[in-house]
Design a binder for this molecule. Structure first.
Ligand SMILES: Cc1ncc(COP(=O)(O)O)c(C=O)c1O
Length: 367
């Protein structure tokens, strides 16, 4: 098995980002225990004292799966959910459960790279449809209707979207589901930013509305807890759950029991956590909008959901890589250049999730 290098990790390693300030994270400011406890009024000492440090089942801690059903997926039951060690593992499980050599997969770019590369590594022919900033990052329906055919095994979507912060309407999501139904193809919906909609209009979970639909979530993104390596896959299709568990039993076997104990407590408090994160994002959005107004160097379609936006460099002669590298060298600020998202639209991912970032935005936009 071959693994395509993960460009985001490459930039982190090869550009010597040690000591630099990360201004591209897709997760909102990670919580400290103290802040988490104060916000949720939950007591974690007891949880950590009582948790059994044994293996979990491969499908994952029952209490977490029950909490997911009651808080996130009311029409699903615990058998419809498999826990994973982060969403990254979820992508790997789906690719290695569904894909056989030569299968066709359709997805959009820019994107979180593994949503293309992990499927390609598993043997798929991945058709990448470009979303365009000039078109407000909206779905190119004409191209999509041509690309998805009865030969398509899987359509991969990620709304709210990384890196652009774009999202779609309920009716567009229904249209995507109908397109998959007509072509009998799987729909893998990476929903890791669900909860970070800036106007609170939440898309339904794909897994609840389509038998060949898969919803993926995680504690690291909309819950701002990347140190808790716990994600999940949800689908009404029992064979797929079983195939994912077969793959998982060859890699992580099960997720951490400590992470599961904390997650079980936290899931019912998701709304409080999302609200805290959206408050940080709203404040930063106002700051960034101010810097972008009448700015001759940069342009961005403002993010509608998630904790990032994609900023385009107007200066055509300067590549995004050069810009980000200079910003790192001169000001010690690390942003993520567009090649990491498999797009040739020059720009970089900027976080909206960092606290006390006023002077950092100023440093970026006045370079
Ligand atoms: C869209 C998307 N999906 C999945 C992941 C993987 O999440 P995790 O790092 O928690 O495994 C990320 C991480 O950035 C992401 O942005």
């Amino acid at each position: 098995m071959k693994f395509t290098p993960f460009k985001m990790a490459f930039y982190g390693q090869d550009w010597n980002t040690t000591g630099a300030i990360n201004m591209h994270s897709s997760n909102p400011e990670p919580f400290s225990w103290q802040e988490l406890q104060t916000l949720t009024e939950l007591e974690f000492q007891q949880v950590l004292r009582d948790v059994s440090l044994g293996y979990e089942s491969t499908q994952g801690h029952l209490g977490v799966r029950q909490a997911l059903c009651s808080s996130y997926y009311p029409s699903l039951d615990v058998g419809n959910i498999a826990l994973t060690s982060g969403a990254q593992e979820g992508i790997f499980l789906i690719a290695n459960s569904l894909i056989e050599a030569g299968d066709e997969v359709v997805t959009f770019t820019p994107c979180f790279q593994p949503l293309v590369s992990v499927f390609a590594d598993a043997g798929a022919q991945v058709k990448q449809l470009a979303l365009d900033a000039a078109d407000n990052w909206s779905i190119p329906w004409d191209k999509l209707l041509q690309a998805v055919t009865v030969k398509t095994k899987l359509l991969v979507i990620n709304f709210p979207h990384n890196p652009t912060g774009a999202t779609i309407s309920d009716s567009e999501l229904n249209r995507l589901i109908e397109l998959c139904r007509e072509n009998d193809c799987w729909l893998f919906s990476d929903e890791v930013f669900r909860g970070l909609e800036h106007d609170n209009t939440r898309l339904p979970a794909v897994a609840e509305h389509y038998y060949k639909g898969i919803s993926m979530g995680v504690m690291s993104k909309s819950m701002a807890l990347p140190g808790i390596r716990l994600g999940w896959l949800a689908t009404k299709n029992p064979q797929l759950i079983q195939q994912c568990l077969n793959v998982k039993s060859q890699i992580s076997i099960c997720q951490s029991s400590l992470d599961a104990a904390v997650t079980e407590k936290l899931l019912p408090a998701s709304h409080l956590i999302w609200q805290r994160n959206n408050e940080i994002i709203h404040r930063n959005k106002a700051l960034v909008s101010k810097w972008l107004t009448n700015n001759e160097g940069f342009h961005a379609v403002m993010s509608k959901a998630s904790a990032t936006l994609f900023v385009q460099c107007k200066e055509a002669s300067e590549s995004a890589e050069t810009f980000c590298h200079n910003l790192l060298k001169d000001k010690g600020i690390f942003t993520m250049p567009s090649p990491a998202f498999l797009t040739d639209q020059q720009g970089f991912r900027l976080t909206l999730g960092k606290r006390n970032a006023d002077s950092l935005y100023e440093a970026i936009f006045t370079i």
